[in-house]
Design a protein around this ligand. Structure first.
Ligand code: F3S
Length: 398
């Protein structure tokens, strides 16, 4: 890979340890994937923030980099393992909290915005169409590539951090237009009547057309919240982190549906629910906000929970970013949700919080949330917001 004089100097250590290490990572990646050069990025999203996943080795790696590392571009963070302000209320162990705070301190020292959300595009890290960025977190990467039309590979935590310290990333993969061409036409003839149907649709496409860039037709109308849950699902279940949705995503006009075609109908959507939903009635955990809930979703939750009470043996979480919670506070939604017995889980989520062994069955609107909850050994139920609210209030799925 070609390096400029300045990049050579960074690799030689002229700008310190963190930049040198970062250049080593970027050059190694560039050489593996055949990149010709590094390109500038407008922003970075760093995943791998939960102490639950990092452990002591990860913390040590971050502390080494934080000694002299400072990010060169706008850099935001993915969810951490706990609500940074209200972790006690969510049942987090104090020793875990201490370690998680050390992780956050290290990131903060590097000049990273401690945003702790997987929806950076909702809180100010919003690239423009066509802009190169280096994001990790698969749902955000898919949203950036597809819904915004920015260009990013699916970075890992270390490669995203390296891009932040250098301000550049190797130019390969989805940074190149020739690799952004759709390779399968997905015709949707299913009805898609409720929010979670978009997670089910992502499941169907990921499973039936793995490792492809789908060009999707037949989705008549869809909001940003449906798109973000679809992004999370389609990539989790197997597709590449880029899709085109005719008439909806900005670059869909530039392409034609490819010849190879699959059709997703109502029976496929039903089969997706059958695969995701376990046989169980009792619900002891409800989590809404995967990806992190928008203010619009929080408003709906507040509206539906008004004058209701969460069942005594059920925990009800709204996972969201702190700025969204602050808007919710101002509008009075927080009070309504908390009066009903719900809790806000800011800065964290059902996948990265240490939840293994705490709950038996989760109800959620998110297909991705179900996928990771199974990793946490929970039974799963996916449904509409109404069904999840009902599960929270009754402690049952019906
Ligand atoms: Fe976000 Fe966690 Fe879901 S990172 S997409 S809320 S699993």
């Amino acid at each position: 890979m070609y390096l400029t004089k300045n990049e050579e100097k960074m690799l030689d250590g002229e700008q310190g340890y963190a930049v040198k290490k970062s250049m080593e990572i970027l050059v190694a990646l560039g050489n593996i994937y055949g990149a010709e050069k590094l390109i500038e990025v407008g922003s970075v999203q760093v995943a791998g923030v939960s102490y639950h996943n990092l452990g002591d080795a990860g913390l040590e790696f971050l502390n080494e980099l934080a000694k002299d590392g400072k990010v060169k571009v706008l850099t935001t963070l993915n969810p951490a393992g706990m609500d940074l302000e209200n972790w006690q209320n969510l049942g987090i162990d104090p020793e875990f909290a201490r370690k998680q705070n050390l992780v956050i301190e290290a990131f903060s020292k590097m000049g990273i915005i401690v945003s702790c959300t997987c929806t950076p595009y909702l809180i100010g890290n919003l690239p423009r169409y066509g802009e190169h960025v280096a994001w990790s977190e698969s749902s955000a990467v898919t949203f950036a590539n597809s819904v915004i039309g920015a260009k990013t590979n699916r970075e890992g935590g270390p490669s995203a951090l390296a891009a932040a310290f250098v301000g550049k990333t190797p130019c390969y993969g989805l940074h190149l237009d020739e690799n952004r061409v759709p390779d399968i036409h997905v015709e949707v003839v299913a009805d898609l009547t409720k929010f979670s149907d978009f997670g089910a649709l992502g499941y169907c496409i990921g499973k039936q057309a793995p490792n492809t860039i789908p060009y999707i037709t037949g989705v008549p109308e869809v909001g940003v919240d449906e798109l973000k849950t679809f992004c999370a699902s389609v990539v989790t279940f197997g597709a590449k982190p880029l899709f085109y949705m005719q008439g909806i995503t900005p670059a869909s006009e530039k392409h034609q549906p490819p010849k190879e075609k699959i059709t997703i109908g109502n029976s496929d959507i039903k089969a997706a629910y059958d695969a995701i939903n376990d046989e169980t009635e009792e619900i002891d955990f409800v989590c809404i906000g995967c990806p992190h809930a928008s203010i619009k979703e929080i408003a709906k939750i507040a509206d539906m929970l008004k004058d209701k009470k969460v069942a005594p043996n059920t925990e009800f979480w709204v996972a969201t970013s702190r700025p969204m919670k602050q808007l919710s506070d101002k509008r009075g939604y927080t009070q309504i949700i908390e009066n009903a017995g719900g809790k806000f889980a800011c800065d964290t989520c059902m996948a990265v919080a240490p939840l293994k062994g705490r709950f038996r069955t989760v109800a959620t609107t998110s297909a991705k949330g179900c996928y990771y909850s199974r990793h946490n050994k929970m039974l799963t139920k996916m449904g509409s917001l109404e069904e999840c609210i009902n599960a929270g209030v009754t402690g049952k799925w019906n």
